[in-house]
Design a protein around this ligand. Structure first.
Ligand SMILES: NC(=O)c1ccc[n+]([C@@H]2O[C@H](COP(=O)([O-])OP(=O)(O)OC[C@H]3O[C@@H](n4cnc5c(N)ncnc54)[C@H](O)[C@@H]3O)[C@@H](O)[C@H]2O)c1
Length: 262
């Protein structure tokens, strides 16, 4: 028996990184997955699910476009006969510009995908999940939404907004059998963080990446996917309204200088 047997899920940002890894793990745990992404690579995710014997469908859509979000929620209901869960994971890094270089357009793009995109997915999924008798909503926030120094001000604020959506919507669903949570990943090796790894490679500092958390390494997308599958499953039945860090312990500390190894 898989942890997600019979669950009908939508996962956004499924063309790469955390969304792809979660889609593959969820399907292996028995879920039917509607994989959504702007990028063509989402087709590969759905194909990989089917090659492994699972049920995976790809939809190319922009999560910041309300009509597109409404369409893909409707598509999941039509194809799967209902909806039990949604993982609003698609996001953009924001580019990490310093405060004084950020423009209104930069803010609008970052908030449009990371925050409004999450709001739209949650807004349109709730009626479909209600209709199916209940389920789970999950969002990707970030350690950047908890504290400073993990992204630009637009990115960090966009992720703090995701945490606020989760806390507020949990109460707006008061008494209903629908849970909502967020994962706050630390540094994970994905498409979004590729430049960080490329810069470290070029400087010869790869051995320093991830050293400021007590697990002393960066994470892999599957390590977020495992938590995502748990939170989307009935095993997490009493976890609601939470922003859960999966960061190797990074966010557990006060400012700290890691001891250099000789
Ligand atoms: N990688 C990290 O270290 C890290 C840390 C904290 C949070 N996150 C968050 O994790 C989530 C997943 O990112 P990732 O690290 O897997 O990066 P990624 O770039 O590998 O994957 C993100 C996916 O989202 C898709 N996407 C972007 N804008 C979209 C849009 N408007 N509509 C539909 N799809 C869109 C991209 O095409 C891409 O496939 C993001 O929300 C990101 O902010 C990542």
């Amino acid at each position: 028996m898989g942890m997600l047997d019979g669950k009908r899920l939508i996962i956004t940002g499924a063309g790469s990184g955390i969304g792809r890894a979660t889609s593959l793990l969820a399907a292996a745990e028995g879920a039917s997955v509607l994989a959504v992404d702007l990028a063509e690579s989402v087709e590969e995710t759905a194909a990989a699910i089917r090659e492994n014997g699972g049920t995976g469908l790809a939809v190319r859509a922009d999560v910041s476009d309300e009509a597109a979000v409404s369409d893909f929620v409707g598509r999941a209901v039509t194809e799967f006969g209902g909806l039990d869960g949604l993982y609003a994971n698609a996001g953009v890094g924001g580019g990490g510009k310093p405060m004084l270089e950020l423009t209104v357009e930069d803010w609008q793009r970052t908030l449009g995908v990371n925050t409004i995109g999450v709001f739209l997915a949650v807004k349109h999924a709730i009626p479909a999940i209600r209709e199916s008798g209940g389920g789970a909503l999950l969002c990707t926030a970030s350690v950047a939404g908890l504290r400073a120094n993990a992204g630009g001000v637009d990115y960090s604020a966009s992720k703090a907004g995701v945490i606020s959506i989760v806390q507020t919507v949990a109460y707006q669903l008061y008494g209903e059998p629908i849970r909502i949570n967020a994962i706050c990943p630390g540094l994970i090796q994905t498409g979004m963080t590729r430049p960080v790894f490329e810069r470290a490679e070029a400087r010869g500092t790869m051995d320093r990446i991830g050293q400021i958390n007590p697990t002393r390494r960066f994470g892999q997308p599957e390590e977020i996917g495992e938590m995502a599958c748990f939170l989307l499953s009935d095993r997490a039945s009493y976890v609601n309204g939470q922003a859960i860090a999966v960061d190797g312990g990074l966010s557990a500390s006060h400012p700290w200088a890691y001891p250099r190894q000789s």
